[in-house]
Design a protein around this ligand. Sequence first.
Ligand SMILES: *Cc1c(COP(=O)(O)O)cnc(C)c1O
Length: 296
Amino acid sequence: MPHCPSWLQPLQRLLSAPMSHLALTPHADMLWLATADDVICGNKPWKLWGHLQQLTSPPVRLLSFGGPHSNHLHALAGCGRLLGIETMAVVRGYAECALTPTLQDCQQLGMRLVFADKKTYRQRHDSNYLAHLQQQYQAIVIPEGGGGEAGRLGCEALGCEALAPYVEGYDQVWLAVGTGTTAEGLAQALPASTELMAVNVVADQGELKRRWQQSMPGRWRLLEDFHGGGFGRISDALRQLIARYDAKGIALDPVYTAKMMQAFEACNEPGKRALLLHTGGLQGRRGAGLSLPSAG
Ligand SMILES: *Cc1c(COP(=O)(O)O)cnc(C)c1O
């Protein structure tokens, strides 16, 4: 990877680890966006890579936003620990509530948690509020989910540098979509012949689709019937699917990758060669009462 200042090299090393894949069906394989680390894995460190690469010097403190099960905050806390940068989170919720396993990890990794009620949290995109946070905490502010243009650039690097050797020969690349940032980065990087099969896990009333119709390059499909009632909602059918894959030794997370598999099972086209991206998020299983898979 080009332009890597020395303070970012520990993260670069981690992201350079080879990924592993596994045959799911005769026509479909799964590719794990693995890194050389258990905590910092999946797509989130790539988005952070994009944000950190924009900085001319190592920041003293990074601040971001998330819910109590956030994969993004978890990865941010891990990256901060790895790089020796302080981290802070504005968490949607209340300090009186028991910490989720995710937030316990974040705290153990040294992240400072500040809780925000719904009304305050709603300001997370407001430029005045962001300027105020930046001032008050002397922090570089990263958007919720690691999104934005810098996050997209990080995911373009994921596509160009890490995925390129793996996507050759596939007709489709499948992934779960939240903010859409990862898919938008990959769309810039993947071969034009590859169709991006994006499974929306957010019930967003067509908002992302409208945005993509304006600006998304390449061949893509946005599957919108698999959010299962909304972001983070876990139905019995989804739990059964997770258990079915657990039994095959394939651990899925309930928020993203399990919904991607649900969509794949319903919509895959026989004869098309498909690569399914496992974008991580396994830490979030604990918040849904699911055990973590044993390492390996
Ligand atoms: C955040 C996340 C996604 C979605 O990424 P976006 O860039 O927000 O679309 C997919 N899978 C997992 C496991 C995630 O944590």
